[in-house]
Design a protein around this ligand. Structure first.
Ligand code: SF4
Length: 947
């Protein structure tokens, strides 16, 4: 295969044309009213609200998407009348997107879960009867007690979904005795986080573009600073302009570009909205981002010359801050001598990379050179790319290495691991200490003792390296149960009998849809469901709710309290305050927690005490105060020094003002500085937001004696407190493997008998261009399938009809058949009312099949035609195609969770299920990423058949 034939490149003219088309499409659907949001300061806003009479201004946090922006809501006569962004929070700096502004259509939706429901028909039929809270809690309590008695508490999974206020549910189920309390991370971007976790002890690397930041000035004052320093940002499979859960990245990227001339490069098979604003789009072949990173690293190593300013790529001072580079480099280089069986070329060479990525050789060399030479720069990789591939691990390790060796970690304008620098919160509210409780289990007739934690299905089962409870193979667990391979309770086996699912919708987005449905509806020989209890706690009635035995209506985000802080570049927290009282019969998580705890206590479960629940947390505020207590909880580090009068390296606790004024006590032994604790009251007096000063270079400190920077050891959370190129985080798992001789299933799959302690490499699945095993499928299944988030049409928010006026990137387009549906809409008096609305043909956005124009021509397809997608496993999905220039040939893109929606609870969108494709329908149910067990959402090949 020649690299030229293999390459797809757009001319500058076509690039601009495609960019313009995508940008236009983005704006096209927003009604003038939606865009006409004027930014005013919090003070101006409060004044304006008061002048309107009986209007109360409340500060809270959004949950219309996982960005959870800080919001300002106006309330009149107990109803929300306006939604704005909160100007006091640097995360979104007053910004509120169309989706956030549409929140009222969700909060006041007639399709919300209004009261508890108990199933009457079979799972999936959607037949429920109205129940009282007492009845529903009694049903759940009795079932939980029965499961605990018959199978052990660990047989219940609590999946608390994709919002940050999940601690109440964790506390409840940790007390119950199951360590299997998980969240949406199990299906999110786990391979993406792996490199930062191993090498920094962190999670997500983002560009330093959150502005404003509060910065200490030389005169001692604090300044709200909007200065951008970034010179180059490379987004790989990351589309912050559309898919983000990080609000500031879209604003900040444009800010850095306009104000600091920052170059933006987007590497993505699809011409996303982010690509439309970039200087360069590299339409890479799906599943080859790691190949690009490997080639960049090899190029940088081979061409680095400290004496040539044009080739001074590596900032060798990184060695002062790290361990293991020599071993990493040696292992990386050892691959150069090997020949790739798929193309016969030397691993990681430019020649090899061009063949695999489909990018021209000069482009790969150029991006490697530019990343090496431009400082500060940030290389950022995303959820839909390394995050969703079987082999995303080597990609995220290489990406992290590239950021470290070029000196870009935590410098102004560089790359920041947000997990390491955001505020601490939560404390023991989620009840982690309860996992230390001793338990006894019978193993082979012998009683053995361990801790609740040792019952964890992931850490002691098939995926020991699955930190953050990340295994996404629940359907298999439901069918096969759990066998503990490691730890004191090794040999203990248990079934999964209870599934508590809150706010998530795994039937549509947790892996293969059919696999999920089969697992939740499987029956034993007596005709009873194998999973004996499925409870759905949600504000909305989504597909997973249709398979529940009990549905509990949770208060919407405007009706409950908690905290937010989604990946900021330093310590900032904002309050989710209760804006209105819960509507209908909905209850907030703290009340649901207390009700279930009390019921379990009444039913004789001695693990539940009043002092841990209903006496301790008499209100939501009590719970949130406990969550706030540790904030900001990070070590005092970096430049400019946040608090020059406080000792560096000490842990800070307390309100920004008390730390600033020195109203603190200092414990030199424990190295803790304690000011006045942050409380809900304090937050309310400060527009719901606490912001501590920003600093950079937090991983190092200047050693006057040595005359150079040395590691601060104040931020990195690795065992060595240094950047690690030899992965000590794997040591504990290797110890378990050595003790038992049991090799985890994922490792076996990729041919390792223990976790490698430095650089490693393996190929992805279902990719005929990089993995020889799949080469035979190339001709029959010529398309690679990828998916992308549609920001305003995620699994819950597709029920908001206003958002179906906004097309996205060819995967969410106005291609509906005509239909009628009851919705709530604004009337002439600017009030929401229920109306029967007719949606004419091609006026309402639906999930589509985005296909390259040349590919479509060859297949005789045009926009709006129906097509069938079929994978080699025989699964099919039907949908309407959208023909676009903005797609790499041979690639098909679908929205994630946008198509095939069949729950009546998602409103008008459910009317389109028969001609919209469900991406999860094509995912291989048996493909789980080998280290952490996540579904391989972006590894599949298909053929396209005209319907
Ligand atoms: S980005 Fe997300 S959290 Fe922020 S306003 Fe929009 S929908 Fe709300």
């Amino acid at each position: 295969m020649s690299s030229k034939n293999n390459s797809f490149s757009l001319s500058r003219r076509n690039f601009l044309k495609v960019s313009a088309a995508v940008t236009a499409a983005t704006g096209m659907g927003f009604g003038a009213n939606m865009l006409n949001i004027k930014k005013v300061s919090a003070e101006e806003s409060e004044k304006l609200a008061k002048s309107l009479g009986n209007v109360e201004v409340k500060y809270t946090a959004d949950v219309m998407c996982p960005s959870e922006c800080a919001m300002e809501m106006w309330v009149k006569d107990g109803r929300i009348t306006k939604i704005y962004g909160n100007d006091s929070c640097p995360f979104n700096d007053g910004a509120c997107c169309a989706k956030g502004a549409s929140g009222m259509q969700l909060i006041y939706s007639p399709e919300r879960n209004k009261y508890p429901l108990i199933r009457e028909g079979e799972r999936g039929e959607g037949k429920f009867r109205r129940a009282t809270w007492e009845e529903a809690i009694d049903y759940i309590g009795k079932k939980l007690v029965e499961i605990k008695k018959n199978y052990g508490a660990e047989s219940v999974i609590m999946d608390a979904g994709d919002v940050t206020d999940r601690d109440q549910y964790y506390r409840l189920f940790h007390a119950f005795g199951t360590p299997n309390c998980v969240e949406h991370g199990s299906i999110c971007d786990t391979p993406r986080r792996h490199g930062p976790k191993l090498m920094l002890g962190g999670k997500r690397i983002e560009p330093d573009v959150m502005r404003p930041v509060l910065v200490r000035q030389p005169d001692g004052s604090l300044k709200k600073d909007y200065t951008y320093y970034s010179k180059l940002i490379i987004y790989v499979g990351w589309n912050p302009f559309v898919a983000t859960r990080i609000n500031y990245e879209s604003r900040g990227t444009v800010g850095a570009k306009v104000e600091n001339g920052c170059k933006v490069i987007v590497v993505d098979p699809a011409h996303t909205n982010t690509a439309s604003q970039a200087d360069q789009w590299l339409p890479i072949r799906p599943g080859t981002d790691g190949d690009l990173f490997a080639a960049m690293l090899r190029y940088i190593i081979e061409n680095d010359n400290p004496n040539d300013p044009l080739k001074k790529y590596i900032d060798w001072s990184f060695k002062e801050l790290s361990v293991g580079w020599d071993e990493f480099e040696k292992e990386f280089k050892s691959w150069w001598g090997k020949t790739d069986p798929i193309n016969g070329k030397s691993y990681f060479s430019l020649d090899w990379a061009t063949d695999r990525t489909g990018l021209p050789i000069e482009q790969i060399a150029q991006v490697a050179h530019e990343f090496g030479i431009t400082k500060p720069a940030a290389l950022v990789w995303g959820m839909q790319s390394p995050g969703h591939h079987y082999n995303g691990y080597p990609a995220s390790i290489l990406g992290t290495a590239l950021n470290i060796i070029t000196g870009n970690i935590d410098v102004p304008g560089g790359a920041i691991d947000t997990e390491l620098v955001k505020s601490d919160k939560g404390g023991d509210a989620k009840g982690s200490s309860l996992k230390k409780k001793k338990v006894k289990r019978l193993v082979d007739g012998k009683e053995v003792e361990g801790e609740v934690e040792h019952l964890h299905m992931d850490w002691y089962g098939d995926w020991p390296a699955a930190w953050d409870d990340v295994v996404g193979d629940y359907p298999r667990r439901f069918r096969e149960g759990v066998a503990l391979n490691y730890g004191p309770l090794k040999g203990h086996k248990y079934p999964i009998k209870g599934f508590m699912i809150r706010t998530g919708n795994p039937v549509m987005t947790g892996g293969n849809t059919k696999d999920w449905i089969d697992a939740l509806t499987a029956k034993d020989s007596n005709g009873n469901y194998k999973v004996e209890l499925v409870v759905n706690i949600d504000t909305l009635y989504l597909e997973t709710g249709m398979y529940a035995d009990v549905i509990l209506p949770e208060a919407s985000y405007a009706e409950r309290m908690s905290l937010s802080d989604v990946y900021p570049s330093h310590q900032v927290l904002w309050l989710r305050d209760r804006v209105i009282e819960p509507l209908h019969e909905a209850k907030c998580p703290t009340d649901i927690m207390n009700m279930i705890a009390k019921k379990l206590s009444e039913l004789g479960d001695a693990d539940f005490k009043a002092s841990d629940f209903w006496d301790k947390y008499k209100s939501e505020e009590d719970f949130v105060n406990e969550m706030l207590a540790p904030a900001p909880g990070r070590n005092h580090a970096g430049e400019p020094i946040p608090y020059p009068h406080l000792p560096l390296g000490y842990k800070l606790q307390g309100t920004p003002d008390s730390l600033d004024a020195g109203r603190v006590t200092i414990d030199h032994e424990k190295k803790v500085v304690k000011g006045e604790l942050v409380t809900v009251d304090w937050m309310r007096k400060n527009k719901g937001v606490a912001v501590w000063p920003m600093s950079w270079n937090r991983f190092k400190v200047f050693d006057k004696e040595a005359g150079k920077h040395v590691a601060s050891k104040a931020v990195a959370k690795t065992n060595s407190k240094l950047f690690e190129f030899t992965f000590s985080a794997y040591d504990k798992y290797n110890k378990l493997i050595a003790e038992t001789g049991i090799i985890p299933r994922g490792l076996k799959e990729i041919g390792y008998d223990k976790y490698p302690n430095t650089f490693y490499w393996f190929e992805t699945k279902w990719n005929p261009y990089t993995n020889k095993e799949y080469a035979k499928y190339k001709d029959e299944y010529p398309f690679q399938l990828i998916c992308g988030r549609v920001h305003h049409a995620m699994t819950g928010t597709q029920m908001v009809p206003w958002l179906s006026e906004a097309p996205v990137e060819g995967i969410w387009m106005p291609l509906n058949n005509s239909f009628k549906h009851k919705i709530i809409d604004m009337n002439a008096n600017n009030e929401l009312e229920e109306v029967e609305k007719e949606f004419k043909e091609n006026t309402f956005c639906v999930g589509t099949i985005a296909i390259n124009a040349d590919d479509a021509k060859k297949l005789g397809l045009k926009t709006g035609d129906l097509a069938i997608l079929e994978n080699p496993l025989g699964a099919q999905e039907k949908g309407k195609v959208y023909v676009t220039e903005g797609m790499r040939p041979g690639t098909i893109k679908l929205g994630f969770g946008t198509g095939g929606r069949f729950s009546p609870g998602i409103g008008p969108t459910s009317k389109n299920k028969d001609y919209t494709p469900n991406h999860s329908g094509l995912v291989d149910p048996n493909a789980h990423s080998p280290i952490m067990g996540m579904p391989c959402y972006a590894d599949m090949i298909i053929k396209v058949i005209k319907a």
